[in-house]
Design a protein around this ligand. Structure first.
Ligand code: HEC
Ligand code: HEC
Length: 403
C-alpha cells in the first residue's frame, strides 16, 4: 500500500475524522492501468512458506470437483467453487446466477423450504437406489424469484479481518452525518458459537466470516455437509428422498478441514491491485464523494489485528461500508436473516473494472446502467449523477472504470 494512503488513513481512523470522509480519500493519483493480463488470483506478496502452502492447499480445494462418493448432492448447483468463481482469474466472478425463492404467507416472508427453497439447486446426481435425483425447479407457488450474480472473492481476507465494532461505529456515524443514506449492520448468528456477529458477506450481508460462507456454499451449492453445516438439502423439499442418498457419511465430511482450506485460500487471496488514478479519474473521484456515492461506497476501511502480516491492521480501499441499505425497488424481495426485502449490502466497487455485468441479478450491462437503477436510499445520489454535465460524467465514469 503506498505510503500516502497509510498517512492519510492514520488521520482518518479517529471517529470524528471518519465523518469527514466524503471525498478525495481514495488512492493517490498515478498513471492509468497498464494493458495485459489482470494481476488477479494471486496470494499476497511477501507471505512466508507456511502461508503460501496454505494458499496452495486451499486453492486446490477451491478447484476440486466433488463427486457423489465425496458427498456431492443429491441436489447441487455446481461441482466446484471455481465453476462459478472463475473470471478473470481463480476466485473471480462469472455470469452464473443462482435463484432464490419465497412468498408471503400470513404476512410473513416464507422461504418455502418444503418446496425446495430458499436456494434452488438446479442440478441432481441422477439415479441411485431407485430414486432419480433431478435438479430443482422454481415451484409454481413461488411469488418471489430472485437471481443472484456470482461475486469476486479477491481481497476478502481484509474484510474478514475488520472488527465488528468498526462496522457498528460506521453505522452510527452514518446515522449522525448522512442520515438519509445511513445503513445498518446485519447481525447474524455465527455458525460455530451461535453468537451474534456483523454479517458482511453476500448480497444481503448474510454471513459474518469467510469460514461461515465457505461452509454455507459447500453445503448449499455443492451439497457437501460438514459438522458446522450438517443438514442435507431435501430435493425440491422432499426429505423422504434422502434415504436413497448414496453418500453414506453423515455429515459427508467428518471434520471442517476442507471448509478451513477454502477459507484459507480466500483469506490469502490478494485484492485487486490499486487503481491508477490520473487527473481525469481524480476529478471523477472528487465528484463521487461530492454527489454522495462515497456515503455508502466508503473508500477506505482498516483491518484489525491479524496473524497474517499483509492483513495486520492494513488499510484497504473496497468502496463499501458492507452495511444494509434500503434500496427501494432495487431490492430483491428476499428476507434473509435481518435483511428485509428492500435491503441490500453496499456492493464493493474494488475490481469493478474486471466485471462485465452489474447489480445483484446482473441486470445492468454497464456501470452507468447500475447507477441509474439505484433507488430508495440510493435515489438522491443517482439523481445528482443524472444532473452532472457530459464532461463531468466522463470524468466520473473514467474513475469507476479504473477501480
Ligand atoms: C453456482 C455458483 C456458485 C458456486 C458453485 C459457488 N459460489 Fe460462491 N457465490 C455465488 C453467488 C451467486 C454469490 C452471491 C450469493 C448471495 O449473496 O446470495 C456467491 C458469494 C460467495 C461469497 C461471498 C463474497 C462476498 O463478497 O460477499 C463467498 C465467500 C463465496 N461465494 C465462496 C464460495 C466457495 C468457497 C464456494 C465453494 C464451496 C462457492 N462460493 C461456490 C456463486 C457460487
Ligand atoms: C444508499 C447507499 C448507496 C448509495 C448512496 C450509492 N450506492 Fe451504489 N450500491 C448500493 C447497493 C446497496 C448496491 C447493491 C445493489 C444491488 O445490486 O441490489 C450498489 C451497487 C452499485 C454498483 C454495482 C456494483 C456491482 O458489483 O454490481 C455500482 C456500479 C454502484 N453501486 C455505483 C454507485 C455510484 C456511482 C453511486 C453514486 C451515484 C452510488 N452507487 C450510490 C448502495 C449505494
Amino acid at each position: 500500500m503506498p505510503r500516502t494512503i497509510s498517512v492519510r488513513l492514520a488521520g482518518l481512523l479517529g471517529l470524528g475524522i471518519l465523518a469527514a470522509m466524503t471525498y478525495g480519500q481514495g488512492p493517490p493519483p498515478g498513471p492509468p492501468n497498464p494493458p495485459g493480463p489482470p494481476p488477479l488470483g494471486r496470494p499476497y506478496d511477501g507471505l512466508g512458506k507456511d502461508a503460501l502452502d496454505h494458499f496452495k492447499v486451499g486453492q486446490a480445494a477451491f478447484l476440486a470437483e466433488d463427486d457423489v462418493r465425496g458427498g456431492l448432492g443429491p441436489v447441487f448447483t455446481e461441482k466446484s467453487c471455481v465453476a462459478c468463481h472463475a473470471g478473470p482469474a481463480i476466485g473471480g466472478s462469472g455470469n452464473r446466477l443462482v435463484t432464490r425463492i419465497g412468498r408471503i404467507t400470513a404476512g410473513q416472508f416464507d422461504p418455502m423450504i418444503e418446496f425446495g427453497g430458499p436456494l434452488i439447486q438446479d442440478r441432481g446426481i441422477g439415479r441411485f437406489n431407485g430414486v432419480k435425483f433431478e435438479g430443482e425447479v422454481v415451484p409454481r407457488e413461488a411469488r418471489i424469484v430472485a437471481r443472484r450474480r456470482t461475486v469476486p472473492l479477491f481481497g476478502l481476507g481484509l474484510v474478514d479481518a475488520v472488527p465488528d465494532d468498526t462496522f457498528v461505529a460506521i453505522a452510527l456515524q452514518e446515522q449522525q452525518f448522512s442520515p438519509l443514506t445511513a445503513g445498518r449492520p446485519s447481525l447474524v448468528a455465527d455458525p460455530i458459537t451461535g453468537q451474534p456477529r456483523v454479517g458482511k458477506f453476500g448480497w444481503k450481508a448474510q454471513q459474518s466470516s469467510l469460514f461461515a460462507f465457505a461452509g454455507d456454499a459447500y453445503q448449499n451449492e455443492m451439497g457437501v455437509t460438514t459438522p458446522t453445516f450438517p443438514s442435507e438439502n431435501c430435493p425440491q423439499g422432499n426429505c423422504n428422498l434422502l434415504a436413497a442418498n448414496p453418500a453414506k457419511l453423515k455429515p459427508n465430511d467428518a471434520d471442517d478441514g476442507t471448509v478451513h482450506q477454502l477459507a484459507d485460500f480466500m483469506t490469502l487471496l490478494a485484492p485487486p491491485p490499486l487503481p491508477r488514478i490520473g487527473p481525469v479519474e481524480n476529478a471523477g473521484q472528487v465528484l463521487f464523494g461530492k454527489i454522495g456515492c462515497a456515503d455508502c461506497h466508503r473508500p477506505i476501511l482498516q483491518a484489525g489485528p491479524s496473524p497474517i502480516a499483509p492483513l495486520n491492521h492494513a488499510p484497504f480501499a473496497p468502496y463499501s461500508d458492507f452495511l444494509l441499505h434500503d434500496m427501494g425497488s432495487l431490492g430483491d424481495g428476499i428476507v434473509q436473516n435481518q435483511a428485509g426485502p428492500r435491503e441490500m449490502r453496499t456492493a464493493p466497487l474494488w475490481g469493478i473494472r474486471f466485471e462485465r455485468t452489474f447489480l445483484h441479478d446482473g441486470r445492468a450491462p454497464s456501470i452507468e446502467a447500475a447507477i441509474i437503477a439505484h433507488d430508495g436510499q440510493g435515489r438522491g445520489a443517482r439523481d445528482r449523477y443524472m444532473a452532472l454535465t457530459k464532461a463531468q460524467r466522463d470524468q466520473f465514469l473514467a474513475f469507476l472504470n479504473a477501480l
